[in-house]
Design a protein around this ligand. Structure first.
Ligand SMILES: Cc1ncc(COP(=O)(O)O)c(C=O)c1O
Length: 344
């Protein structure tokens, strides 16, 4: 099986996702300590989860936050809270919430999607304005929600610039439409853009972050927004099956102060990741994206990118991606960069 341990040269790396990043020693210690605390039996009764929610709300600059067992649930709660059946969601091309969550917006909320012209994961404000104006002129269907995704996973992890987010938020406000930010990897975006996370979250009514991707926790996510929106989210979470009587043990306190991960902010590896990003073909700051030549067949490749080599994923557009996270070292990056150069 692919592993991320040992030296970089001959080892087989698993670069399919940052899902597989491992908790830090401090996180594991905090999980053990937290398991000694009595969780309570009701919704929002668990003191450990309450601290996680309060810390998340503070970090994200929102009034309240709700622990969600999965990130998908957080996105879909936000959609359900804003959309009535028949409503339109305006979103970037290949938004995860629309195309990679089992058709949930339609199935769970009766919402339909309209894709706005997108460049490197960012909706073009002029295109969004035109879509909003068309809807305003026709009156129907109602636009229930605008979704932004930062970083945008299916463009290879591109960070959406703050200016674009601001422009989207201003249009949304002008048309009275709420904005949800799919910030699964928002800390990556903030580090890449050299801004505070709150510089980005201020342009959204609700925002969710993943704890189990760049932040290395084993599971789960947090959805943040106004106290009123999160109160609604609690009901929807319960309705969608996300209620629980006990916190998942594996995630106890992983987000506590002092154990917080700052992906890509370390000068050494951060520098590498920028370098990595700058080399991209279709690219981004947290994955290496390369588009193989026409007729390329990975299974015919004998080298480190072949079936017996590093584990990487193919994207829907035919490019290959290798995902970076905190357990991937500078030496690993050199090794995978060489592998791509040799293979392609
Ligand atoms: C941008 C984005 N949003 C949402 C999700 C859903 O997260 P989960 O699979 O943890 O529910 C993912 C998963 O990769 C993602 O990349």
């Amino acid at each position: 099986m692919a592993s991320n341990k040992g030296t970089a040269s001959a080892e087989r790396l698993d670069l399919r996702s940052d899902f597989i990043s491992r908790p830090t020693a401090a996180m594991v210690e905090a999980m053990v300590a937290a398991s000694a605390e009595t969780p309570g039996i009701g919704f929002r009764e668990d003191p450990v989860v309450s601290r996680l929610e309060a810390l998340s709300a503070e970090l994200l600059g929102k009034e309240d936050a709700l622990f969600c067992p999965t990130y998908t649930l957080g996105n879909q709660i936000a959609i359900n809270a804003s959309c009535q059946p028949g409503d339109v969601i305006l979103a970037p091309h290949m938004a995860h919430a629309l195309i990679s969550e089992g058709g949930a917006p339609a199935a769970l909320s009766g919402a339909q999607a309209e894709i706005v012209e997108t460049e490197r994961g960012a909706m073009l404000p002029a295109a969004l304005e035109a879509a909003l104006a068309r809807k305003a002129a026709g009156g129907r269907p109602r636009v229930g929600l605008i979704v932004m995704e930062n970083t945008h996973v299916h463009s290879g992890g591109c960070a959406v610039p703050e200016d674009t987010m601001k422009a989207v938020a201003e249009l949304a406000t002008a048309h009275g439409v709420p904005v949800h930010l799919d910030g699964s990897r928002l800390f990556n975006a903030a580090a890449f853009l050299s801004v505070e996370v709150t510089d980005l979250t201020r342009h959204a009514d609700t925002v969710a972050i993943s704890l189990n991707k760049g932040l290395s926790a084993p599971v789960s996510a947090v959805l943040a927004g106004t106290a009123e929106r999160i109160a609604e989210a609690v009901d929807i979470c319960h309705r969608f099956g996300g209620g629980r009587h006990r916190r998942p043990r594996a995630n106890d306190r992983v987000h506590g102060r002092g154990q917080r991960q700052r992906p890509f902010s370390g000068p050494e590896v951060g520098g590498d990741r920028r370098r990595f990003g700058d080399q991209r073909a279709g690219g981004d700051q947290h994955t290496l994206h390369r588009r193989p030549p026409t007729g390329f067949r990975r299974r015919r490749l004998p080298g480190p990118l072949g079936p017996e080599g590093h584990a990487v994923l193919s994207n829907v557009d035919g490019s290959m991606r290798a995902v970076l996270h905190k357990d991937i070292t500078s030496a690993h990056i050199d090794s995978i960069t060489r592998a791509f150069e040799e293979a392609l």
